[in-house]
Design a binder for this molecule. Structure first.
Ligand SMILES: Cc1cc2nc3c(=O)[nH]c(=O)nc-3n(C[C@H](O)[C@H](O)[C@H](O)COP(=O)(O)OP(=O)(O)OC[C@H]3O[C@@H](n4cnc5c(N)ncnc54)[C@H](O)[C@@H]3O)c2cc1C
Length: 454
């Protein structure tokens, strides 16, 4: 079978399903493809937590009915000893049933967009050095799907992106240590969870080195429990740690039923230098659009989808689907989230060098308070509030941690620098090479100055 489209979207997870939903009334001929069947839509293992702000901001419906499992009103952040607890309130988020929510987007789009499920994309079609579509195999047999623009929303595998010519700047690979592997179980427990509207995050380099472990209630006796660790450092696989360490805890071991269990790899780094090239856009995990510190990727994927949708509509008006014609996706994403994401990547690398003792100290001594955490996650800045500086000063005097104090100020400095570079993202593809060299140089300098060993 052969078909012609304006847009072919590969992968219908949070990135791809959001994009086909956003393009459903654009008048463009759009195809969305996923290798999974209906039961696998948005089926990648996830913590299932998402901030409510992501929906209005990106023009997506809020989860409701069966797709909404729990409203989240706050978070509890635990120090390694679990003696120090930071209680964050005032936020608003959801624990969702990903499959139900994803399907609701696809149902709205179907009829206006061609959806091919159980269809696996094998290769990009390249003609005279140009991307012309993709080859796929599904119930209709071999399919040749031609398009003016192909969107890779296939997750961290990057099914199309990684098969593009190596000299295309979108075809880059990233170091293994810029990824994490996370594993989670959704379980029914034999007790009622206290405060089910609070998600819990636990820092412990013994359990989750380079990451954290979590307990996210999905109702009064169901929880999504998991852990993520940095890749490339020889750490224990999180599934093993779950079995051997977490299951021994009285709050976790008391399972009545396991509803789902799986693990996956995810990028936890700055975004790809360019999401677009000629006739091509990458969004979601394929373009590394994930929060590097907490690993939340659904909201980032939605923002990347919105940037792609706007760029595609603009390109369709001019008929220019080249890198230049699609460049608006980069500009919109980098300013909306990419700059913050790059700053958080700088923070992520620093956090991954801290010992349990240092994390304990920061949480238990009240060094990190609500304002600091909110500033970091909202603006990508380690806001040096009066409270922060006063507490730091006091702790340095009482406990003697001057080196850490200096390090935090340096991290803050580099966070600002990289954020500035991303806010000054080049206006057109001609500036990419130089800009990217500056970013790489800054990151290399940061690693040198901070003695980051990966
Ligand atoms: C254990 C874990 C916990 C997490 N917790 C959270 C959390 O609490 N909150 C949060 O926001 N994020 C969380 N994340 C991150 C989040 O899950 C991802 O960032 C998000 O799913 C990325 O969406 P995506 O659409 O880019 O990719 P995916 O969700 O991976 O979707 C990609 C889709 O592409 C399809 N596909 C792949 N290859 C092909 C092909 N060749 N042909 C056809 N189809 C193909 C797949 O079937 C899949 O449906 C977590 C991740 C993990 C691993």
């Amino acid at each position: 079978m052969r078909a012609n489209y304006d847009v072919v979207v590969v992968g219908l997870g949070p990135a791809g399903a959001s994009l086909v939903y956003m393009l459903r009334n654009s008048g463009l001929r759009v195809a969305g493809i996923d290798m999974g069947d209906e039961s696998k839509i948005w089926g990648k293992p996830c913590g299932d937590a998402i901030g409510s702000g992501n929906f209005d901001k990106n023009g997506l419906p809020h989860p409701s009915g069966e797709a909404l499992k729990q409203i989240v009103r706050g978070a509890l952040i635990y120090s390694p000893s679990e003696q120090g607890v930071l209680r964050l309130t005032g936020g608003h988020g959801y624990m969702i049933d990903r499959n139900k929510y994803g399907l609701s987007l696809l149902r709205e789009a179907s009829g206006k967009v061609d959806i091919y499920l159980e269809t696996k994309v094998s290769n990009p079609i390249l003609e005279s050095g140009k991307l012309a579509g993709v080859m796929a195999r599904g119930e209709k047999g071999e399919m040749e799907l031609r398009a003016k623009v192909v969107v890779d929303a296939s997750g961290s595998v990057g099914s199309v992106r990684r098969k593009l010519p190596a000299e295309w700047p979108v075809a880059v690979e990233a170091p293994e240590t810029d990824f994490s592997v996370a594993y989670r179980k959704i379980v029914e427990l034999d007790y009622d969870i206290e405060e089910p509207d609070f998600i819990r995050i636990y820092f412990s380099t013994k359990i989750a080195p380079g990451g954290y472990w979590w307990f996210f209630p999905k109702g009064k006796n169901v929880a999504n429990i998991g852990l993520g660790v940095q890749l490339g450092r020889g750490y224990e696989h999180p599934a093993k740690t779950y079995r051997e360490v977490l299951m021994k805890r009285p709050d976790i071991g008391r399972e009545v039923r396991v509803l789902s269990e799986a693990g996956a790899r995810l990028p936890t780094r700055r975004p790809i230098a360019t999401m677009v090239w000629h006739n091509f856009i990458a969004i979601g995990d394929s373009a590394f659009t994930v929060d590097p510190v907490h690993g939340g990727g659904m909201g980032y994927a939605m923002t990347a989808a919105r940037a792609a949708a706007n760029a595609i509509v603009a390109a369709a008006e001019t008929g220019d689907f080249s890198a230049k014609g699609l460049w608006g996706a980069n500009l919109e994403y980098m300013r909306a989230l990419g700059a913050k994401q790059a700053a958080l990547d700088v923070l992520r690398m620093f956090l991954q060098t801290l010992s349990d003792e240092e994390i304990e100290w920061a949480i238990s001594k009240g060094l990190v308070g609500k304002e600091e955490v909110i500033a970091v996650f909202e603006a990508g800045e380690f806001s040096l509030t009066r409270h922060f500086l006063d507490t730091l000063d006091m702790v340095v005097r009482l406990m003697g941690k001057p080196t850490l104090f200096g390090k935090i100020l340096k991290v803050n400095d580099y966070m600002k620098k990289i954020k500035g570079l991303y806010m000054d993202y080049p206006e057109s593809p001609e500036g990419l090479l130089r800009w990217n060299a500056e970013v790489e140089e800054l990151v290399a300098e940061y690693k040198r100055v901070m003695n980051i060993p990966f």
